[in-house]
Design a protein around this ligand. Structure first.
Ligand code: AMP
Length: 576
């Protein structure tokens, strides 16, 4: 296809506003695409390379201004281009405003695929394939002198472009296509053009991250071809994402929750094949590479993380794709996640960086193991496979329906210096790129309450000599007078053994009465308590109950008169 035809289509699409009209126009483009289908499916979204690829053009806007200026003639400078851009605000408009063609220059001979100069005369019309090839060469140029080479190539392209072509070329190159075509449009247009279901296109996109390949397979092999598309070792997929949620959400909606620590690090997807990875992690075939590591946005970070590579080589024997978090540590304690991100960006002196911070891997999922794709397997099965293939560096996972146990896991995670916990639906499949309800990152507590301890229960077993579960009350009176206290919950979680001993010592002198395990305590001591939610409930005298209350500390500085009132509890409940 001529690049001019693509530019005309892009202009038509840009003028449309209804999503259905846009999808219909993209559908026609795909139907008429012939061999250019893969490239067109990307260009129309403003993408040059497949989504899985780590390749970038690696050109700043200034290169583009320079190339436009050169193609526009000797009396135009990059500064002029920039000044016009400041006026107009769209590099496409600016590029379209010049009259290109016929400029001689280095690029006319060395760039532009050696295609010479003289735009718009028909003989040198740009094709979509040529633009793709030239942009490939542009991305390829690296190292010393690459800047000139990139500008030359771009100049060669602009020099042959008509106004409309220049408009969309400039936008494509600077990732500013903005004609209203998103991933969903391309998915729907692919399904429509080649008469396959949206679901199968969607699934194929999830496993391949390659709009071009999916469109080609849809056209040539139909639904069956799409269904047969699988994960490839070395080709990254989008990470499954989490949304904020509460323990109560998880336990209300699922029978049980899978609970993991939420590590404060950076996400990695690890591809491993002892025979050598078939895909090169985005660039070239690299059969000599056994491990590739990708960041959350699918950038290839393998070279920056030799520890992870070595860990995998040592502890994993089979082909696999793992998902996990890398955490920077010092003397075993996690450092803020910025430290890991710094390591991800490190290109030089990696060996030295490695001496400065230690990196630990916590793998928590397994997308492929030893020839089997596991995206559609339940989380519990994926985790079992993970433990079976990786013999060190696997994150613990607990399955429970007990809020106390969840709170204890969270307390441990926080104690160990991590962020908190993740709650996952044990039966859920792995959905790349999705932020759904199957993975919840537990919301931090909204506001804490300072509540008076008015009762407690003696513990059991190992904790028999300690007061354990504490009854919490709010002041009944707004004014701080002696209106008494109303109960609203019990807290037993978030307390270490050591704290239990201290709390027992602190509260025992205030015990008023005892009935079996339960004791009544004079209102003397104030606890700071976290919770997820305040619910109306007949269980307690206040008419409210705290969901998932956790002990945060003793407010030594507060007397019971200074504790939170029932009125505040009511206000907080209303605001939820
Ligand atoms: P956020 O970045 O706050 O949206 O939280 C989601 C991120 O938490 C994920 O992308 C991971 O990088 C990270 N994370 C840490 N621990 C886990 C875990 N056990 N399971 C899933 N994601 C985790």
């Amino acid at each position: 296809m001529e690049f001019g035809e693509f530019a005309d289509t892009a202009a038509e699409i840009e003028a449309l506003s209804a999503d259905t009209d846009i999808a219909a126009r993209v559908t026609t483009l795909f139907e008429n695409a012939n061999d250019d289908l893969p490239v067109l499916s990307r260009f129309v979204q403003g993408r040059v390379f497949p989504a899985w690829s780590s390749r970038t053009l690696d050109i700043g806007p200034s290169y583009c201004y320079e190339a436009v200026a050169r193609a526009a003639g000797t009396n135009v400078s990059a500064d002029d281009v920039e000044a016009r851009l400041a006026d107009v605000g769209d590099i496409g408009e600016v590029a379209a405003s010049y009259d290109f063609g016929g400029q001689q220059g280095l690029g006319a001979f060395t760039g532009g695929g050696g295609s010479g100069s003289g735009g718009g005369d028909g003989a040198n019309d740009l094709t979509v394939a040529e633009v793709a090839e030239e942009l490939d060469a542009l991305a390829e140029a690296q190292g010393s002198g690459s800047q000139d080479k990139k500008i030359d190539i771009l100049f060669g392209l602009f020099n042959r472009a008509s106004s409309d072509e220049a408009r969309y070329l400039a936008r494509l190159v600077l990732s500013e296509m903005r004609i209203g075509v998103g991933e969903g449009t391309v998915r729907d247009a692919t399904a429509q053009a080649f008469d396959v279901s949206v679901e199968s296109v969607e699934r194929a996109l999830q496993v391949s991250n390659d709009y071009g390949e999916v469109a080609r397979v849809a056209r040539e092999e139909g639904e069956d071809g799409l269904e047969a598309m699988d994960l490839e070792l070395g080709r990254p997929v989008q990470a499954m994402l989490a949304q904020a949620g509460a323990v109560s959400d998880a336990l209300d909606d699922w029978d049980e929750a899978a609970v993991e620590w939420k590590y404060d690090g950076a996400r990695v997807q690890i591809h491993h094949d002892p025979e050598g990875l078939e895909w090169a992690g985005g660039t070239e075939p690299a059969a000599d590479r056994e491990v590739a590591v990708f960041s959350r946005n699918m950038e290839d970070v393998t070279d920056a993380l030799p520890e992870v590579v070595e860990h995998v080589e040592e502890h994993l024997d089979v082909p696999a794709i793992l998902d996990g978090e890398v955490v920077a540590t010092e003397d075993g304690d996690p450092l803020p996640f910025q430290e890991v991100l710094r390591r991800f960006r490190r290109k030089h002196d990696v060996a030295q960086a490695r001496e400065e911070v230690e990196l630990d891997l916590f793998a928590f999922d397994c997308l492929h193991a030893d020839g089997t794709d596991l995206l559609r397997a339940p989380l519990t099965e994926r985790h079992d496979r993970l433990e079976a293939v990786l013999d060190s560096g696997v994150s613990d996972l607990w399955i429970t329906d007990d809020p106390e146990e969840i709170a204890a896991i969270e307390a441990e995670a926080l104690e160990a210096g991590h962020e908190g916990i993740m709650l996952k639906r044990p039966s859920s499949t792995y959905s790349p790129g999705r932020r759904g309800k199957n993975w919840l990152k537990r919301k931090p507590d909204v506001e804490t309450l300072d509540l008076v301890v008015t009762g407690a229960e003696w513990g059991e077993g190992r904790r028999a000599s300690f007061l354990g579960t504490f009854l919490l009350s709010a002041r009944a009176d707004e004014s701080g007078g002696d209106g008494g206290f109303e109960t609203l919950g019990k807290v037993a979680t978030g307390i270490t053994d050591e704290e239990l001993a201290d709390l027992t010592e602190l509260l025992e002198p205030h015990v008023r009465t005892q009935d079996g395990q339960a004791v009544e305590i004079s209102p003397e001591v104030v606890f700071e308590v976290g919770y997820e939610e305040i619910q109306e409930s007949p269980t307690y005298s206040s008419g409210y109950a705290l969901r998932f209350p956790r002990f945060l500390g003793v407010r030594d500085d507060k007397d019971p008169e200074d504790a939170d009132s029932l009125a505040r509890v009511e206000r907080l409940a209303d605001e939820q």
